[in-house]
Ligand binder design. Structure first.
Ligand SMILES: NCc1[nH]cc(CCC(=O)O)c1CC(=O)O
Length: 306
């Protein structure tokens, strides 16, 4: 191929780690790769909660423009940050092998008791709702920004602990500050959590596209992500809505968990499905089941509140 594959990425340390991870996977296949890092709208807006910015894709728009102009061949995203509906001319061509998808509680105080009242920082409505439901004695503090910024805010006293994705905490080397790991069945992660999505223009040269898929795509993870994203697409939940979905393999069989929760955590509709047909069909089917059980009313109420 000869040419260097240019990889578009955000500029946060986590995004750079992730893009470098993809570059490394490409290099292991004998390809050349370099990063092109930019600052996105989502990185700049730190004073408003993400749920209030409204449109999804605040982390992806600028990278998508670079895919269209040809400045980069592929863009690396946290799969969780990619909206379920993509622009018509772009597609996700690969999903990396998923890191453990669960959420963790991070604190400098490693003897923290979860039974005590705590001020816990998050900016995710999913995590806020889950805290309200399962840890009602905690106070939720809005803490935004990249991981380093959030940790600094915690150190400045804004909160006692942060609720975060293990994947990011681990990639940044903050494992020593993990004080609790949440159960996936109870504290179900956001769709895509822990995996990286590779986005490309539909007209990317076929040989290049094939090489990237070959080097980066992890078929079992990709199958899970297809189920989760079909589930999310049917419910039209973005990162601003407490919708959660997580697929995994157990004994060679895929299982998809999914649910919707009201912002105050009081109403929850959740269910699971064993995936026998295509992952997409199972994702849609689980979403239909939740809608029949009343998830639509919860979603409508949430959208009116935001
Ligand atoms: N929306 C922020 C975001 N997007 C991806 C990750 C973590 C890495 C991952 O889920 O792969 C995070 C931080 C967090 O939720 O704690």
């Amino acid at each position: 191929m000869g040419n260097t594959i240019r990889i578009g990425t955000r500029r946060s340390q986590l995004a750079l780690w992730q893009a470098e991870h993809v570059a490394e996977l490409l290099r292991q296949k004998g390809l050349q790769a370099e990063l092109v890092a930019i600052e996105t709208k989502g990185d700049k807006i730190l004073d408003r909660s993400l749920s209030k910015i409204g449109s999804k894709g605040v982390f992806t728009e600028e990278l998508e423009a670079m895919l269209r102009s040809g400045e980069v061949h592929i863009a690396v995203h946290s799969a969780k940050d990619v909206p379920s509906a993509l622009p018509n001319d772009l597609e996700l061509i690969a999903f990396s092998e998923r890191e453990s998808a669960y959420d963790v509680l991070v604190s400098r105080n490693t003897t923290l008791s979860l039974q005590k009242p705590l001020r816990v920082g998050t900016s995710s409505t999913r995590r806020r709702a889950l805290i309200r439901r399962y840890y009602p004695h905690w106070e939720v503090v809005e803490v935004r920004g990249n991981l380093q910024t959030r940790l600094r805010k915690m150190d400045e006293g804004l909160c006692d602990a942060l609720l975060l994705a293990y994947a990011g905490v681990h990639r940044m080397g903050y494992d020593p500050f993990i004080v609790h790991r949440f159960d996936i069945e109870q504290f179900t992660p956001a769709v895509g959590q822990g995996s990286l999505a590779i986005e490309a223009h539909k007209e990317l040269a076929p040989a290049l596209r094939r090489a990237v898929v070959e080097a980066v795509n992890h078929p079992l993870t990709a199958a899970c992500l297809l189920a989760e994203r079909a589930f999310l697409a049917r419910l039209q939940g973005g990162c601003s809505v407490p919708v959660f979905g997580h697929a995994f393999y157990k004994d060679g069989q895929m299982k998809l968990l999914g649910g919707v929760m009201s912002l105050d955590g009081k109403q929850a509709i959740q269910d699971s499905i064993m995936v026998h047909e295509t992952p997409e069909a199972a994702g849609r089917q689980l979403a239909e089941r939740l809608l029949q059980a009343g998830a639509g009313d919860i979603l409508k109420e949430i959208k009116a509140q935001l």
